[in-house]
Design a protein around this ligand. Structure first.
Ligand SMILES: NC(=O)c1ccc[n+]([C@@H]2O[C@H](COP(=O)([O-])OP(=O)(O)OC[C@H]3O[C@@H](n4cnc5c(N)ncnc54)[C@H](OP(=O)(O)O)[C@@H]3O)[C@@H](O)[C@H]2O)c1
Length: 270
């Protein structure tokens, strides 16, 4: 029997015209091992292991990959790793957060936004990024109301350097505001945290895209005893019509296959 894949379950990324798999690959662990909140320590995979992980993800029907300048070397590793297969991926990156010498700092100005996207294009060795999200520090409304980041992303979209933009925030109010103009909100939504659910409801009503981060509560949910916590997490997510895709940050091929099989089974139910 062949392994279940996600090829038959690709769906529209809101109104962007792009189609993506219901699971995406998060790449924090490809680039950064400092200042992260995972339950266990880990070693950043070398190029060969990263190549194999990406090949496995593609074979399982994943076409969505999430990175950010704040994920250490993630963007600059993905450039070479995706050579020759760029058109097979929908890339999501971010602006606003920088991570240097073990510390985050934030800049949501127009000038930094443009510089950051130009740098992401170079690092990713590409002429366009499908989706760029504002990497919020938590002051969601202040960023949207007082900073130049959203206007600059809108201009970069008009110029064709990015195909869509949106906001990865921490509050429901921020997510709702971000979707008035933007294409996508990346929200935390899992068995432990559902405060951003109104953003999902709004997206479902208005044809906007939702990407879920921390779908497995950064791995902490996997430690729960009893029912399969991965299955329970994905059942929660995909029961909501607003959810487009869950970005799961695994570097373990067994976990990747299990996550794909679980989502394929849930979405394949009549
Ligand atoms: N502000 C933002 O924009 C923001 C913030 C956080 C995250 N993100 C994005 O969202 C992605 C996901 O977030 P996240 O990494 O914090 O949380 P997550 O996807 O909820 O959890 C990832 C953790 O779960 C573990 N895991 C995955 N599948 C598993 C399975 N089947 N069984 C047991 N453990 C499993 C992984 O370990 P293994 O590697 O061992 O599988 C990893 O430690 C990130 O990579 C990033 O791309 C964005």
């Amino acid at each position: 029997m062949s392994l279940p894949t996600l090829h038959d379950h690709h769906r529209p990324l809101g109104s962007t015209g792009l189609r993506v798999s219901p699971l995406g690959l998060g790449t924090v662990k490809l680039g950064r091992d400092q200042g992260v909140k995972y339950p266990n320590g880990f070693t950043i995979p070398d190029d060969q292991a990263a190549h194999l992980l990406l090949a496995q993800a593609r074979e399982l029907g994943i076409n969505l990959i999430d990175t950010a300048p704040a994920y250490g070397r993630s963007e600059e590793r993905l450039g070479p790793l995706l050579r020759g297969q760029r058109d097979q991926w929908v890339i999501v990156s971010k602006v606003g957060e920088e991570f240097e010498n073990g510390q985050s700092h934030f800049d949501f100005s127009a000038a930094h936004t443009r510089r950051s996207v130009e740098r992401s294009l170079k690092r990713l060795e590409t002429d366009r990024i499908e989706l760029v999200l504002v990497h919020s520090d938590g002051n969601d409304l202040a960023i949207l109301e007082q900073e130049g980041v959203y206007e600059t992303l809108a201009a970069l979209k008009r110029e064709g350097k990015i195909l869509g933009y949106g906001f990865s925030g921490k509050t429901a109010a921020g997510g709702l505001k971000a979707l008035e103009q933007g294409d996508c909100a990346m929200v935390t939504y899992n068995l432990n945290e559902q405060a951003e659910r109104p953003v999902l409801d709004y997206a479902a009503e208005h044809g906007k895209a939702i990407l879920v981060k921390k779908a497995l509560a950064s791995g902490h949910i996997c430690l729960a005893p009893g029912v399969d916590p991965v299955q329970a997490s994905f059942e929660l997510l995909f029961a909501h019509p607003g959810v487009c895709s869950a970005i799961v940050g695994t570097i373990n091929p067994v976990h990747l296959a299990h996550n794909v099989a679980t989502v394929a089974r849930i979405l394949g139910r009549p």
